[in-house]
Design a protein around this ligand. Structure first.
Ligand code: ATP
Length: 372
């Protein structure tokens, strides 16, 4: 566990970047520092590995004061990932990752073998190993940055806006893979971002900081959305809080009804089909909705890819109420498509049934029952 105890940082020009910060970042969990520009997130992070020394207060890792070790020894136990990866430009990708274990005394061949394994784990194909950082995209460089920080297998990782400099699609992939990796590795992570959505997606707990370096709120993502502590946090957490909070809400089982389906290769029967009919593939995975009747596919026409409406999202049985609601709202038939864990059709759910589940969950919260 990393513990900040009344930590203050005042820079020589008098700027108070962090003001009396007290919080715990639990072992094996992701703690996200989020807040507007200049609120002291980076300063807080860098005090953990002593790139910046606090003016007062103490930081401990597993009850050991970080100042009790020389900085270079301390940093062996702490991985550090920054926005533009900060790779060595004149070393190949594999040597970037192998550098720290090599410096720590691992034999070169072994360090490279471990580096190759890490590159694979962060999702970088093997043929990138011999390239130089400038020959990689921004997202690929960030993957190398994460692999490098993991190379010495440190129990603690500090990550300062590691995914901020890449486009939204790549960013989402990096976040998903990072979460998968963390599930296996269970590192103690402090992660800095200015993006509240990223904080909510990645954090086990979120520390919202306000300008002046104050901790405004420390909560789980669900609590932050449901119960922002003051107007500043409410404003920072932003719009659609109620809807976004449903992303953490798992209702009772979704009450599905069986949905008639057709398959590719079949033809619209002479009597026609319902106005909207669900098309599934050979393994019962939903592919989209087919419109029948006067403005859609006439009887006898083949059921093929071209006529499909693919706009609807899928809800998973056991998934969030937000996904269930979205499946209903995005379905042209008004019936939300529900699949099982393997992506096979389970049935459809009606909007009324989902809103009933949402309402009963809210009533349970107000009366102190289960939180879904
Ligand atoms: N070396 C320094 N000397 C004086 N003031 C500094 C120094 N470094 C940072 N600051 C100030 O301390 C405050 C906190 O900076 P910090 O970089 O920790 O914020 P941040 O929340 O990480 O911001 P951002 O999201 O913009 O990166 C800011 O007002 C900044 O201008």
């Amino acid at each position: 566990m990393i513990r900040f105890d009344h930590v203050t940082k005042r820079y020589p020009d008098g700027t108070v970047a962090v003001d009396g910060l007290t919080l715990e970042a639990p072992t094996g969990r992701i703690t996200v520092f989020v807040g507007p520009s200049g609120c002291g997130k980076t300063t807080s992070l860098r005090m953990v590995n002593r790139m910046i020394e606090p003016t007062s207060g103490t930081i401990t890792i597993d009850d050991r004061d970080v100042t009790s070790l020389p900085p270079h020894e301390l940093r062996r136990t702490i991985g550090y990932v920054i926005q533009h990866a900060g790779l060595f430009p004149h070393r190949t990708v594999i040597d970037n990752v192998a550098t720290v274990p090599f410096l720590l005394g691992t034999d070169k061949k072994q360090a490279r073998a471990r580096a190759a394994e890490l590159l694979e784990r962060v999702g970088l194909p093997a043929h990138f190993a011999r390239r130089y950082p400038a020959q990689l995209s921004g997202g690929q460089q960030q993957r190398v940055g994460v692999a490098r920080a993991l190379a010495a297998d440190p129990p603690v990782m500090l990550m300062d806006e590691p995914f901020s400099a890449v486009d939204p699609v790549v960013r989402e992939q990096l976040q998903d893979q990072f979460l998968q990796l963390q599930e296996e590795l269970g590192k103690t992570i402090v992660f800095v971002t200015h993006d509240i959505d990223e904080a909510i997606k990645l954090g086990d707990q979120i520390a919202v900081m306000a300008v002046g370096g104050h901790l405004a709120q420390l909560s789980s993502p669900a609590d932050l959305l449901a119960r922002p502590i003051d107007a500043f946090v409410a404003g920072f957490v932003g719009r659609d809080r109620g809807y976004r909070a449903l992303g953490f809400a798992r209702g009772a089982a979704l009450p599905t009804t069986p949905e008639p389906t057709v398959r590719f290769g079949e033809r619209v029967p002479p009597g026609g089909l319902e106005e909207w009919t669900l098309v599934v593939d050979d393994t019962d995975q939903p592919q989209g909705w087919l419109r029948s009747g006067p403005s859609g596919s006439p009887p006898g026409s083949p059921i093929d890819d071209a006529a499909l409406f693919r706009g609807g999202t899928l809800a998973t049985q056991g998934g969030s109420l937000r996904a269930a609601l979205d499946a209903c709202l995005s379905s042209p038939s008004g019936r939300g498509v529900v699949v099982d864990g393997d992506g096979r059709l389970e049935g459809t759910v009606h909007l009324d049934a989902v809103t009933d589940l949402i309402a009963s969950r809210e009533r349970a919260e107000v009366t102190g029952g289960a939180d879904g």
